[in-house]
Structure formats: structure tokens, C-alpha cells
Design a binder for this molecule. Structure first.
Ligand SMILES: O=c1ccn([C@@H]2O[C@H](COP(=O)(O)O)[C@@H](O)[C@H]2O)c(=O)[nH]1
Length: 287
């Protein structure tokens, strides 16, 4: 039986305050394996992922493995993902598994067992989830997260341009789908201190205003899209307004393309962390 963890909002707040808010994605694209002179194989995948862990897990607040790049190698890739998560957590990083799961409630129950049960070999501190089968269908994820001190990042306004056709569609109540998702997430977080376990994914690339007061979420805001997708740390203020304190800015390729040298990865990530801290108004301490 594993010891109960503190609530995710408190753990994330502490980690961001101590290390700075940067999240680095572990996205072992085939092209990146090649540019690191690694084979496009399970061995290459493992070397890549564990090199990122070695370089950054003791330094950044959050590491975010992208499950798809591990799944493409089948069960052997999943075994590498398990090891990556375990070693990153052991080194002190919070792990957000970017797996974007969502289904009918009875099936979500099993996904929640897979990712948010401390006895699972894929246990992570948080997962990304898709609410497009209805926010209510995510209930098993939310319950399990609350039970075990984990977090859930619900896709709201994603960084890709195609997302808008769904997320900015207007519901019968006259609000956008994305805003309706955020309102339900905010209701779930209530007045939790320092923030609740239900986060949202809001892209750092967005240029149209977000039709929701993001500070009212009272939860973490995972902001992918920095670097390779065109988002910049300086642009975060325009996207997130009053909610800057809860933003977890995320970069993958922008950092990873500098590998495989560990000191170089650290130097690039340190610069990115500095840029994000400055943009988000953090003190200069931290990675
Ligand atoms: O809205 C979203 C949600 C998730 N992602 C994920 O983040 C990384 C982005 O990688 P970069 O190399 O920094 O572009 C990737 O794993 C996506 O699946 C996102 O980009 N946007």
C-alpha cells in the first residue's frame, strides 16, 4: 500500500515555486531519434527518454511524456514509458502523462485505474483527458485524482488551429463548448487551496480571446505550443491575463532538438525556464 500523496494542486504549487513553472515534454519523435543518432527502435526510445529524465527530472517542475510515441512500439514501448515515469518521479519531477483519454464513464473507470491508481505500473501524477464524450463521463478520472492526490488536465482550448471548430462552437446555452468545459472544471475545483486538481489545457498559441475567466478555474493551466508551434513565453500574458500564476508552460521539440548532450539540454531548458519565469512574474530563483 503506497502512502497517500498531498493534493495535486498543493504538490504542483510547491514544485513550481521551488523549481519554476516549466514543463518539458518527452516526445520521442522518429525524426528526433534520428537527429540524436539513435535507432528508431525500443532501444533508441529508451535511451532518448531516459536521457531527458537524467538531464531534467531533478530540475524542472513537470515532465510530460507523450504516450503516443511510446505506444507506437507496442508493449515494449509501454514498458519504457513505465520506466520513464517511475525514474522521473523518483528524481523529483511531477509527471503529467499526455495521453488525452476519454470515453463513456464505465470505460474511463479502467483508464483511471491504469493511470491514477498508485498500484498501477503506469501511475502518473496527472493525465490529460478529453471531455468530448461529455465532462460528466470523466467522473472516474476526477474521483481517482481526488482520492490519490493526482491531477487531471481537461482539454479546453487546444493549441492546434483545428481545435477551434469544436471548442469554439456555441452550445444551446450560448456559450462556447470550451468555456462550458472550463466552467464545469471550475465548479469541481471550488475554493480549493492553493488550487484544485482539475486543470485545463489551453494553448500558448491562441490569438483569439478565451471566452472564460481563466483565473476562475482555480486550477493549473497546462500551456503547450511554445516553441515549435509558434507560442512564446512573452505571449503568455496576452493569452492568460490574470491567471498567470497557475500557468504551466510546456515545450517539447524546442528543447529536445538540442539533445542528446545532457549539459546542452540542461542549458537550453534553463534558458527556457528563465524566459517563462520572467514572463509569468516568478522570482528569479528556481531552475
Ligand atoms: O493543445 C495541446 C495539447 C497537447 N499538446 C501536446 O504537447 C506537445 C507539444 O509538442 P511541441 O513539440 O512543443 O510542439 C505534444 O506532445 C502535443 O501532443 C499540444 O501540442 N497541444
Amino acid at each position: 500500500m503506497t502512502d497517500a500523496l498531498e493534493p495535486f494542486g498543493a504538490r504542483l504549487r510547491t514544485s513550481m515555486d521551488e523549481r519554476g513553472p516549466l514543463c518539458v515534454g518527452i516526445d520521442p519523435h522518429a525524426a528526433l531519434l534520428g537527429s540524436w543518432s539513435l535507432p528508431d527502435s525500443v532501444a533508441g526510445l529508451e535511451r532518448f527518454a531516459l536521457t531527458v529524465v537524467e538531464a531534467l527530472a531533478e530540475r524542472v517542475a513537470v515532465l510530460k511524456p507523450q504516450s503516443s510515441f511510446f505506444e507506437r512500439f507496442g508493449s515494449a514501448g509501454i514498458a519504457v514509458l513505465e520506466r520513464t515515469i517511475a525514474e522521473a518521479r523518483a528524481a523529483g519531477a511531477l509527471v503529467v502523462l499526455d495521453v488525452k483519454r476519454g470515453d463513456i464513464g464505465s470505460t474511463v473507470e479502467a483508464y483511471a485505474d491504469a493511470y491514477l491508481d498508485p498500484d498501477s505500473s503506469l501511475f502518473a501524477d496527472a493525465v490529460t483527458v478529453s471531455p468530448y464524450l461529455g465532462f460528466g463521463a470523466l467522473e472516474p478520472f476526477l474521483e481517482r485524482a481526488e482520492q490519490h492526490g493526482c491531477g487531471v488536465f481537461v482539454l479546453a482550448f487546444t493549441s492546434n488551429p483545428e481545435g477551434a471548430t469544436v471548442q469554439r462552437a456555441v452550445t444551446a446555452d450560448g456559450e462556447t463548448v470550451g468555456a462550458a468545459i472550463l466552467a464545469q472544471a471550475a465548479a469541481r475545483n471550488g475554493g480549493a487551496e492553493p488550487m484544485g486538481p482539475v486543470g485545463a489545457v489551453v494553448g500558448a498559441t491562441l490569438t483569439d480571446p478565451i471566452p472564460f475567466d481563466l483565473a476562475a478555474l482555480n486550477g493549473p493551466l497546462l500551456a503547450p505550443g511554445l516553441g515549435a508551434q509558434g507560442g512564446t513565453p512573452e505571449g503568455l500574458r496576452a493569452v492568460f491575463g490574470d491567471a498567470l500564476a497557475n500557468v504551466v508552460p510546456s515545450m517539447s521539440r524546442e528543447i529536445l532538438r538540442n539533445g542528446p548532450d545532457v549539459p546542452v539540454l540542461r542549458r537550453v531548458a534553463r534558458q527556457a525556464a528563465h524566459d517563462c519565469r520572467t514572463a509569468l512574474g516568478y522570482p528569479s530563483a528556481g531552475f
